[in-house]
Write a protein that binds this ligand. Structure first.
Ligand code: ATP
Ligand code: MG
Ligand code: MG
Length: 552
């Protein structure tokens, strides 16, 4: 895979190799298995696997599973699937929980060195004592316990003698540090909870800030890449590695997060949408999860190219969804077969076409990629067109069907609207048209021109199909509003984010499979939905429409 555009992390790694600071590269992608991966994680994956690859190094997939309450095997499995689907292979699969014993030993070492102590303050008190940016913190009354006492208490924490929250282990650093992260951060907490990997073996769990540097050091990670919100934690990261006397010293480097417009990205919010049934699972096509994008119809290549285009820098960026869509079109235009589908059918009877006659018309599968060959489309006396391709009283510049007007049927003939059939309520039920046999597509007819070309399917041969059309789940401005208006993001969910319609497709699509992708003429690119498609009826998710205002 190609990752060769330069960025500041690449420069650091290159210099480390040239100066002899490192003689190899190990990176890791460290998700917490507390939800499904999203497009932001894809950025971290592309960066970590991509850079290691470029420098002939290796990458671990490491589950950062130090918080049993939120983690689950379902997430472990989904994350593995998504990383592989994106096209990456980890050199080693690791679990932070496999290092719990070693982490415990390192904590004991800190206690013996007088660098950690057991604190009896409550979580609220600890927060209060921590101080603020302008005020130094206050030392806990338990801060100067003797090492012996700390060792005894820590061991008893492990044995389960204390309730959740009753005691914590804290680093003994500096309560007056200008960096609040260094004001005696908590290293271990009591949590009587079953862990998806270690079961009931432990009732104390290490905090992220303690566990993460140890995990990196244990695994020999050379460059530990994370997002910029961890920048202030870097001194603590280095403190842990040094004070725990780890042989290997990893280097933390931060890059800016990727955020997408018109959606939510945090796992907590995504989980809420799933748990409350607002969306159809973690793989709902409206979600920015990898599995949602896959189900919608995005290809791994489109996601990788998108992520690379967003670049690697220190700044976080909210990227417009239109840019992601651009890469879907780019990736599909040469590979997706063209076809015609009617989303909201209106019947037409072609009164001068012989009853019982069927002809099979030839059409290119993909005019941009002629090697894909030709397909056959039936044409007979009754067809369906889109409801919106007819207007009884059209405005100016409406070139589609209206009484007396002639249009071209794609791949077929010119037809002229002769009569409108309505029901008792005045609703248009059907059109009667005539066709002109001389205008057959491909015969070179030049006798007269029409301004509109519309798509259609043959009524007798067409297959039923369901189409699912998506709009943004949340509007951007509304997402921002939620912060100030005292509402939650759920108040801003777009109620029209999914439209389901029943229509028809060409009969040559009988044997399509989940995840087959097509370009429906005038409607855009669609993916065969793997969840709701049945033998009787395929369900198509619209990936993107054809129009794009986005330019790179
Ligand atoms: P969330 O905040 O959505 O819950 P997280 O950061 O807690 O996500 P982790 O499982 O801890 O999720 O993330 C695994 C890796 O992916 C981390 O290294 C993290 O920095 C990176 N990552 C997560 N979200 C993004 C993002 N939006 N852009 C870039 N990298 C990200
Ligand atoms: Mg996390
Ligand atoms: Mg997070």
């Amino acid at each position: 895979m190609e990752h060769n555009s330069s960025n500041f992390i690449r420069t650091i790694i290159k210099e480390d190799l040239e100066s002899g600071k490192r003689d190899h590269v190990v990176t890791r992608f460290p998700p917490e298995p507390n939800g499904y991966l999203h497009i932001g994680h894809a950025k971290s994956i592309v960066i970590n696997f991509g850079l290691a690859d470029d420098f002939k190094g290796k990458t671990h997939l490491r589950f950062d599973d130090t918080n049993p309450l939120k983690e689950d095997q379902e997430y472990v499995d989904a994350i593995k699937e998504d990383v592989q689907w994106l096209g990456y292979e980890w050199e080693e699969l690791r679990f932070a929980s496999d290092y719990f014993e070693e982490m415990y030993d390192r904590a004991v070492l800190l206690i013996k060195k007088g660098k950690a102590y057991v604190d009896d303050l409550t979580a609220d008190q600890i927060r209060e004592y921590r101080g603020t940016l302008t005020e130094p913190g206050k030392e806990s009354p338990y801060r100067n316990r003797a090492a012996e006492e700390n060792l005894d208490l820590f061991e008893r924490m492990r044995k389960g003698e204390f309730a959740n929250g009753e005691k914590v282990l804290r680093a003994k650093i500096d309560m007056a540090s200008p960096n609040i992260n260094l004001r005696d951060p908590v290293l271990y907490r009591v949590s009587h909870a079953s862990h998806h990997n270690t079961g009931d073996k432990w009732c104390i769990y290490p905090m992220y800030a303690f566990a993460h540097p140890l995990e990196d050091a244990i695994e020999g990670v050379t460059h530990s890449l994370c997002t910029t919100e961890f920048e202030d934690q870097r001194p603590l990261y280095n403190w842990v590695v040094e004070q725990c006397e780890m042989k290997h010293q990893p280097q933390q480097i931060e890059f800016g997060r990727l955020n997408l417009s018109n959606t939510v990205m945090s796992k907590r919010k995504l989980k809420q949408l799933v748990d409350e049934g607002i969306v159809d699972g973690w793989d709902d096509p409206r979600l920015p999860t990898i599995s949602g994008l896959r189900r919608k119809g995005y290809t791994p290549a489109a996601i990788r190219e998108f992520v690379k285009e967003t670049g690697v820098s220190k700044g976080s960026a909210v990227v417009d969804e239109a840019m992601l869509e651009h890469f879907a079109r780019e990736d599909l235009k040469l590979t997706a077969p063209r076809t015609m589908g009617i989303l909201k059918p209106l019947k037409i009877v072609i009164t001068n076409y012989p009853e019982g006659q069927v002809e099979w018309l030839d059409a290119e599968i993909n005019p941009e990629n002629p090697e894909m060959g030709m397909r056959k489309i039936p044409f007979s006396r009754e067809i369906y067109v889109e409801q919106e391709d007819f207007m009884e009283n059209p405005p100016k510049k409406y070139f589609r069907l209206f009484p007396g007007n002639e249009v071209r049927l794609k791949h077929a003939y010119f037809i002229k609207c002769e009569e409108v059939i309505k029901d008792d309520n005045g609703e248009v039920m059907e059109l009667r048209c005539t066709y002109d046999p001389e205008t057959k597509s491909g015969t070179g007819f030049t006798g007269r021109k029409v301004k509109g070309t519309i798509h259609w399917v043959d009524a007798k041969h067409a297959l039923p199909a369901e189409f699912r059309l998506y709009e943004p789940l949340i509007s951007d401005t509304e997402e921002e509003a939620d912060e100030t208006a005292g509402k939650t993001f759920l108040d801003y969910v777009n109620q029209n984010s999914l439209e389901i319609v029943q229509g028809f497709i060409e009969p040559n699509m009988e044997n399509i499979e989940p995840h087959d992708k097509f370009q429906f003429f005038r409607h855009g690119y669609f993916n065969v939905d793997p969840k709701h498609t049945t033998k009787e009826k395929p369900v198509f998710n619209r990936i993107v429409s054809l129009k794009s205002s986005f330019k790179l």
